[in-house]
Design a protein around this ligand. Structure first.
Ligand code: NDP
Length: 316
């Protein structure tokens, strides 16, 4: 251990619903957690508008407000919330060592990783502009589909997420255009079958999104057929992007077991990683559900697992 390193019992990395919920539980168990927020304090929810599916808010709440509430609740029990980005880790050391912003070294008896995942975007200028203005561009159909009930929407992507979200949207929306860049889908056969057999989903094969129209909200999407060069404007009011997520786990590669996409492996029904005392919660370990409430639930599991680990090892 270096002389400058601060030692903590429980270090939480990441400030989404998983991280803050872990902090609430860890603080109440007197683990005196220190939480580093990462570069986007509050995580992905701070980039959304209304959150209508988090239990306990019958009238809905905005993403930023929800995250402020979770932060305040974590701080109320003594969590130290600090702005900073974990940039390096030695999780096999005893105690575990984490560097924040490349310079600050922290040692910890337990580490709860809640670094989340980032949605991938197409990168079109109008996609970014309308997304930032809450103008009808979203990466989460389950979160935002409700706002487009009875309307026509488009979704881009051809994996399991896109297929699942297109099916979800088809139940709410009048029509769903699915924009697929190749002449086949990556999604499982079962999911493809479901999409192809849903009457109000129209699949546009070999198609790329050229532009998204609308000054303040989506008014249409221009799609180009890459085989024929034909341009078509879809009259939609919602544009969903489902081209994959990237878990924010790069600094743990080579130490923690992960799948090929970088999602951290946890022992089924727990938050335990392959390294004792290191726990992974929320979207960094979940490519299936990715909801605020499931992330929060797994954050609770992380804190309870950390508490039990400390008790068993006689540290706390
Ligand atoms: P995937 O990486 O599997 O699929 C991404 C899709 O987006 C691909 O079809 C890809 O096209 C397309 N795509 C990527 N970039 C672009 C682009 N720039 N323009 C247009 N299209 C693009 O991501 P998913 O989120 O769908 O799934 C991630 C993992 O999670 C998978 O392993 C999946 O099986 C799993 N999953 C499982 C679920 C379940 O079991 N219920 C539900 C959801 C996900 P192309 O095919 O041409 O590369």
């Amino acid at each position: 251990m270096s002389e400058q390193a601060e030692h903590v019992t429980c270090l939480i990395i990441g400030s989404g619903p998983a991280g803050y919920t872990a902090a609430i539980y860890a603080a109440r168990a007197d683990l005196k957690p220190v939480l580093y927020t990462g570069m986007v304090p509050g995580g992905q929810l701070t980039e959304t508008t209304e959150v209508d599916n988090f239990p306990g808010y019958p009238k809905g709440i905005t993403g930023p407000e929800l995250m402020e509430d979770l932060k305040a609740q974590a701080e109320r029990f003594g969590t130290q919330v600090r702005f900073g980005m974990a940039t390096k880790a030695d999780l096999n050391a005893t105690p575990k060592r984490i560097w924040v912003d490349d310079t600050i070294e922290i040692t910890a008896d337990t580490v709860i990783i809640s670094t989340g995942a980032s949605a991938k975007w197409l990168g079109l200028p109008n996609e970014t502009r309308l997304r930032m203005n809450a103008g009808g561009v979203s990466a989460c159909a389950v979160c935002d589909g409700f706002f487009y009930r009875g309307q026509d929407v488009a979704i881009v992507g051809a994996g399991d997420t896109a297929a699942e979200e297109a099916t979800y949207l088809s139940k709410l929306c009048k029509k769903v255009y699915m924009i697929v860049r190749r002449s086949e889908m990556r999604a499982s056969k079962a999911m493809q079958h479901r999409v192809k057999n849903t009457a109000n989903i129209e699949i546009l094969w070999d198609s790329e999104t050229e532009d998204i129209l609308g000054a303040n909200a989506v008014e249409g999407v221009v799609v180009k057929n890459s085989k024929t060069g034909e341009l078509r404007t879809l009259n939609v009011t919602g544009f969903f992007v489902a081209i994959g997520h990237k878990p924010n786990t790069d600094i743990f590669k080579g130490q923690l077991n992960m799948d090929e996409l970088g999602y951290i492996d946890v022992v089924g029904g727990s938050s335990k990683t392959n390294i004792p005392g290191v726990f992974a919660v929320g979207d960094c370990a979940d490519k299936t559900y990715r909801q605020a409430v499931t992330a929060a639930g797994s954050g609770c599991m992380g804190a309870l697992d950390a508490e039990r680990y400390l008790a068993a090892s006689g540290v706390h």
